[in-house]
Write a protein that binds this ligand. Structure first.
Ligand code: ATP
Ligand code: MG
Length: 296
């Protein structure tokens, strides 16, 4: 079974999509492994549009012409079985993709059909929580031997993100090293703890627990960091050290710079861009991937 890693923060614009994309491409390029990415960001679909630029218009019009997680949830709401979602085969980046769907904004456990007994209600809540994992288990079968599944998320910690956390073996939280963004790290850890505690409480009541393992938080990842004199700027060092002591943060961070911006503009990764800044960021991502692999 593939290792499933999600990238979560309730804070927007901290670099989640950039991190997922560059780790996915880097794993493929430098470690020759098979990678599937799942885009659950229904608002931007940034990863989907990066890997499949031709889907930008579909996404904008709310008309994704594939069976997505939205359809899987809709099937669940009408009492049907788990629906196999579409995997779009790799194009230039050699990464397979389960695309985002703007209609995922309507996902809520409140849409589960009501029942009049407590056990069935709890069973429904669990089915909502486990749906993404259930879909993944169908995808990551023997004929699709992925080594890694990376999940990008919307900046929230509601029902859809809880299902992402449940589906994940590991979770990381990209962060900008300022006090406001850093709040996203402890709240991610809190959300993971809540999902694990809910699963234990409800799962044991219903006899549904065999094989469940808690989602492991691997640490925050410093993104768009600013340096001065060869190290982090003073204010960022303070935030970095605080996260190191409290939530944990990767040693490797990615500096703010034009390489990543330029790559985004060109629709490619920073590994494909020349120039001192891009090469520095590419090297940082290589190191970040090595550190990530050492933690699994
Ligand atoms: N190291 C960096 N240097 C410069 N720009 C960066 C860097 N990392 C990310 N960016 C830019 O910052 C913006 C936000 O990044 P990104 O979209 O990855 O964040 P996000 O957390 O996924 O946002 P959202 O919560 O809206 O999905 C993007 O325009 C991206 O190109
Ligand atoms: Mg994003």
């Amino acid at each position: 079974m593939a290792k499933i890693i999600s990238f979560i923060s309730e804070k927007g614009g901290v670099g989640k999509t950039t991190t997922v994309y560059h780790i996915a491409v880097g794993l493929r390029l430098f470690h020759d492994v098979n990678v599937l990415v799942i885009d659950t960001d229904y608002q931007r679909g940034g990863l989907t549009c990066r890997l499949r630029p031709e889907m930008l218009e579909n996404f904008r019009l709310g008309d994704v012409p594939h069976v997505t997680l939205y359809h899987a949830y809709r099937a669940l709401y009408s009492g049907q079985d788990v629906l196999p979602v579409t995997v779009l085969p790799a194009k230039k980046d050699k990464i397979d993709l389960v695309p985002a769907d703007p209609r995922l904004n309507s996902i809520s456990v409140d849409k589960m059909p009501p029942t009049n007994n407590l056990r069935d209600n709890n069973r429904m809540i669990m089915r909502h929580l486990t749906l993404i994992r259930d879909c993944l288990e169908r995808l990551v079968g023997a004929n699709r031997p992925y080594d890694f599944v990376l999940i990008d998320s919307h900046p929230d910690l509601y029902d859809l993100e809880k299902a992402v956390i449940y589906a994940s073996d590991y979770c990381v939280s990209p962060v900008k090293l300022d006090a406001q963004s850093a709040i996203g790290v402890p709240s991610t850890i809190e959300a993971i703890k809540n999902v694990d505690a809910d699963v234990k409480a409800v799962g044991s009541l219903l006899g549904l627990l065999p094989g469940y393992k808690d989602t492991v938080f691997l640490g925050a990842i410093g993104m768009m960091c600013r340096e001065w004199g060869g190290g982090l700027k003073y204010s960022e060092t303070i935030t970095y050290n605080r996260l190191k002591r409290t939530t944990g943060i990767f040693d490797t961070y990615i500096t703010e710079g034009d390489g990543i911006r330029w790559a985004a503009e060109q629709g490619c990764s920073v590994y494909d861009i020349s120039g001192v800044n891009a090469e520095k960021q590419a090297e940082q991502f290589r190191q970040l991937i090595n550190e990530l692999l050492s933690k699994l």
